[in-house]
Design a protein around this ligand. Structure first.
Ligand SMILES: [Zn+2]
Length: 243
């Protein structure tokens, strides 16, 4: 993939209406239920199942709470489980409140590309940023926090939005011998998609478990994200495909 794949992706997701209009291709061949058996080289990545992204939170994803029981059940099939939290400073440059005259979901230009201006959300240490109370992942080995820096947003569990600063997750997984990741959580078309795209870029076999995700779907962003993920070789499966 080209070095600027992440920024291409962001532009197409955020601004591209043509991509959104395209049919989603490559759903993959129909698979018999329960045929994928995670092994010691597999990791479940649980992206941002936090109060902020669930009804009652500051940036709720429609139906977000529905992923919780699906993910709880999936986790029992994995020896490696990683959890992420979106974790911003109150003065984050990605917060609309820090841009006079802008409305939520408008964009601005950052040194690393186009940035959506989000409602303030997931502020470090707040109850809003806590993991959802019903998420039960007793075997999770790592919680990784992203979007920590004021001037750089972070959607992906692997690489900040500048496209180059690593979170350390790739090193952690590789040191543990993981070569395959299964991505779940919120939201399908942003943090899940960016995580899956970067996982491919970093050489992991990558699955997104669709019914363990929910989307924001901003201006066609969900269809665009699936198109990009499919083109990058991300495999789209359902939780029933996991043995
Ligand atoms: Zn965020």
């Amino acid at each position: 993939m080209p070095a600027n794949a992440s920024s291409d992706f962001s532009r197409r997701v955020f601004l591209g209406s043509t991509a959104a209009a395209c049919l989603v291709a490559g759903f993959g061949a129909a698979r018999a239920a329960g045929t994928i058996k995670p092994d010691a080289k597999s990791a479940l990545i649980v992206v941002d199942v936090q109060n902020c992204f669930i009804d009652g939170g500051t940036l709720p994803v429609k139906g977000g709470a529905a992923v919780v029981p699906v993910i709880n059940k999936l986790a029992a099939s994995f020896q490696n489980v990683v959890v992420t939290q979106d974790w911003h400073t109150p003065d984050s440059a990605s917060f609309v409140s820090n841009h006079a005259g802008k409305k939520p979901f408008e964009t601005t230009s950052m040194p690393y590309g186009t940035q959506v201006l989000w409602p303030d959300h997931c502020v470090q240490g707040s109850e809003d940023a806590a993991l959802h109370k019903d998420l039960k992942l007793p075997n999770a080995g790592l919680i990784i926090r992203k979007g920590l820096r004021k001037d750089v947003d972070g959607y992906s569990a692997f690489i900040d939005a500048d496209g180059k600063t690593m979170t350390g997750l790739a090193g952690y997984l590789k040191e543990r011998g993981v070569d395959t990741v299964f991505v779940t959580g919120l939201a399908t078309d942003f943090c899940v998609a960016w995580t899956a795209m970067d996982a491919r870029k970093l050489g992991f076999t990558t699955y997104v478990i669709e019914d363990a995700t929910r989307a924001i779907d901003l201006n066609g962003s969900l269809a665009a994200a699936w198109k990009q993920m499919t083109e990058a070789g991300v495999k789209r499966i359902q939780s029933s495909d996991i043995a």
